[in-house]
Design a protein around this ligand. Sequence first.
Ligand code: UTP
Length: 289
Amino acid sequence: MAKKIRKAVFPAAGLGTRFLPATKASPKEMLPLVDKPLIQYAVEESVASGISSVLIITGRDKTAIENHFDISFEMESLLKKKGKDDLLDEVRQISNLARISYTRQKEALGLGHAILQAEDYVGDEPFAALLADDVVDAEIPALRQMIDVYERFDAPVIATMQVEGEAISRFGVIDAEEVEPNVYKINDMVEKPPFAEAPSDLAIIGRYIFTPDIFDAIKETKPGAGGEIQITDAMRILMQKRPFYAVKLQGRRHDAGDKLGFLIATVEYALKRDDLGPEFREYLESLSF
Ligand code: UTP
């Protein structure tokens, strides 16, 4: 039987160059979709999927993330004094959401290198890794969909989504065979292939379930583009040694680490809100330029 997944790792030490200048001194993971930072959506997804032991891998300028998940005495006493009980509950809930540990990636040497910083925390267990800038709006939480596949196949699982046409060239793409509806056994993967050479229309997105042997594979991985240790390269090494699966996620994924993706996600999340949606929709419909 597959070992239970109890831990989730959140790499949040990237430089966020695609979102400058907002990310010059504050982490991309703290950008809010409507009123909640990206990292909170991701931690909530993990908790909703049954995992509440969390490691956030931070870099420079990431204290805002730690403060966000901590108790804010000043804010709580102010809200209490003003009788704003709903907001007080909401603020308190954030610090009770999960058991969160932190570690630093001292240099942004790539996602593979970031995940390697989780080795001591994870130990000899399978674990999940979530990239908070990939937001997945789904009825069944994205990570839960993946855990279900992991438990059936007892093997690492990565998340994919279908991408039509030329846009596939912006992603890592899997070469795989479908073994049951929406579940694929991966043969290989390529990073950003030209459209004509893409082995499928299934793009890799930022959710992974790894077994602890990924750490040895990362250590074997040579730095690739930009001197970074890429997780895709480490997965390709491990794939020679053990089966690897992918799931086609049911839901809508947004790349909130990209300016346009972030704007689209903001509009969609705002329109879904009971308190803001109707008025915001009216405003959008009234725009005439
Ligand atoms: P991205 O590929 O989005 O890179 O990282 P980035 O540096 O954050 O952003 P851009 O592309 O320069 O705008 C994917 C995920 O991996 C983490 C990021 O924080 C993000 O969650 N990451 C990346 C690290 O933790 N460390 C790294 O060295 C690189």
